[in-house]
Design a protein around this ligand. Structure first.
Ligand SMILES: [Zn+2]
Length: 491
């Protein structure tokens, strides 16, 4: 091969940048298969169009993926949902340097590749093709996947398939929601004549919070300075319905007997019935296997905002990005309000969640990030509190989390799993009329959380439903278990 190595190096660089722009990360298999594809296609003028098309996709995707971590399909879905223009709103603040870099990349790459040509002997072509096929298809060939095309590592094929697949998923999930929506939305709670006590109600649902990592509940590091110092009522024996988001949140927010859920009787329809203006502000995803059922509650509200339209686990949008939206609601809506904030909180990939470098060193970087995420949620809630106070109106805020996590056997990480510790959630209420702190040690079952909300919103003077420790049930694998029979973590 007499070809200029410098040219090949530039081509490699273009491949790396293209893959980074398209996917947000550089996977070596994708770089190699794209590089080979570019080399093999370089002598065919019209086949080169595939590569130009990839550059074009990369140019559109890069600001979205790199800067906002929104996927292209988010934009597509926001076009479909005409009332959802948030994605565009976010696009309008993409920094100019990023746009200019993207354009420079595009023009340079197209020009360079237009000129680029490499003539190979047939046996070399064959060898390269074999390498490219191995790089591209080794995952689906070695292991069975539900969606094998998604596991191919060949831009732009896997990219296009991903867009197509997420789009399809989006349409399916949206239809599920729409089919139930009217019934939930029009449901009127009986005898909802009582007036709520406060002007502003904010319910904050955290994510994957172990309360034993909160200094409020005795953790050795000062991870919840806001909660520690504010006047509040807090509960030390609130048991969440389950240890996963979907199973837990759907039961926390609706009337249920643990097994079956009466979705129409949910906190949002209750607040609507009581005449409150309702809002759902979420930093979790809107559509996806784990998200859609929860999104139903958002649809029952008068207004909703999602920072992630599609699945959220990869998102790095910070919870604090919801604060301006909350501020906006508080400032512009004069009525009595019920606002839900659904946070990403301490969801796995802890180091992706945090805004600052970890303040406490407790073992390894993952755990440091987890503890930092607890601290940053506390800081965020302190800001929520300040926003509420600044309104000079009566308010009450409640914070809980959908579930905790369990330690891996070597205590180097936290994962989803069933132990008593992953079912113990924080439950804190802070109201404008509180002048002292009260710790309540009675047991509240997550299945009865809606009664707690009824009590909070002063619905028919409903008292909080307490349970005896022995009676608390939890939901796992489509069955009910006694909380006290769930094993505890060793150590
Ligand atoms: Zn969760």
């Amino acid at each position: 091969m007499k070809h200029n190595w410098k040219e090949l190096l530039i081509l490699l660089l273009i491949c790396v940048v293209t893959v980074l722009f398209l996917y947000g990360t550089v996977k070596i298999e994708r770089v190699i298969s794209l590089l080979i594809l570019m080399v093999l296609l370089s002598t065919y003028r019209y086949s080169k169009l595939i590569i130009y098309f990839s550059f074009l996709l990369a140019v559109f995707t890069c600001p979205i993926v790199l800067f906002y971590n929104i996927q292209v399909v988010d934009i597509i879905s926001s076009v479909i949902e005409t009332h959802q223009d948030e994605a565009f709103e976010q696009l309008s603040v993409i920094p100019i340097w990023l746009m200019i870099s993207a354009v420079i990349y595009f023009v340079f790459s197209c020009y360079f590749y237009y000129k680029f040509k490499i003539k190979l002997k047939n046996k070399h072509k064959l060898l390269l093709a074999v390498i490219a096929i191995i790089m591209s298809f080794h995952r689906p060939l070695l292991k069975e996947y539900d969606k094998p095309l998604l596991e191919v590592r060949l831009p732009p094929i896997d990219y296009m398939y991903n867009v197509y697949d997420t789009y399809n998923q989006y349409i399916t999930e949206r239809d599920i929601i729409n089919s139930n929506l009217n019934e939930y939305k029009s449901y009127q709670w009986p005898n909802s004549k009582t007036k709520p006590k406060y002007k502003n109600h904010v319910l904050i649902i955290g994510e994957s919070v172990r309360k034993d990592y909160m200094s409020l509940y005795g953790y050795k590091h000062n991870t919840t300075p806001f909660f520690d110092n504010v006047n509040k009522t807090y509960w030390s024996n609130f048991i969440t319905p389950s240890f996963s988001t979907l199973a837990s949140v759907s039961r926390l927010l609706s009337e249920n007997n643990g097994l079956s859920i009466e979705y129409k009787k949910n906190v949002m329809s209750l607040a609507n019935s009581l005449g409150l203006n309702t809002y759902w502000l979420s930093n979790q995803g809107k559509f996806g296997v784990h998200e859609t059922a929860i999104t139903q509650f958002a649809y029952v509200s008068d207004h909703s905002y999602f920072s992630n339209l599609v699945n959220s686990s990869g998102s790095t949008i910070k919870d604090s990005d919801l604060l301006p939206h909350l501020k906006n609601v508080l400032e512009n809506d004069e009525g009595n309000k019920f606002i839900v904030l659904h946070l990403m909180g301490s969801h796995t990939n802890f180091c992706k969640r945090i805004e600052n470098s970890p303040k406490f060193e407790i073992g390894n970087s993952r755990m440091d990030c987890y503890v930092e995420s607890i601290l940053e949620t506390d800081q965020m809630l302190s800001k929520v509190h300040t926003l509420l106070k600044n309104e000079n109106q009566s308010f009450s805020m409640i914070y809980t989390a959908d579930h905790g996590l369990i330690h891996t056997p070597d205590y180097s990480n936290l994962v989803h799993g069933l132990k008593q510790e992953s079912l113990q959630s924080p439950l804190v209420k802070i109201s404008s009329d509180m002048s002292k702190t009260i710790l309540n040690k009675q047991y509240i079952s997550g299945f009865d959380f809606i009664y707690y909300i009824m009590n909070w919103l002063n619905y028919q003077n409903q008292p909080i439903k307490y349970s005896l420790k022995d009676d608390v049930l939890i939901f796992s694998e489509e069955k009910l278990f006694n909380y006290i029979n769930v094993s505890k973590e060793e150590k």
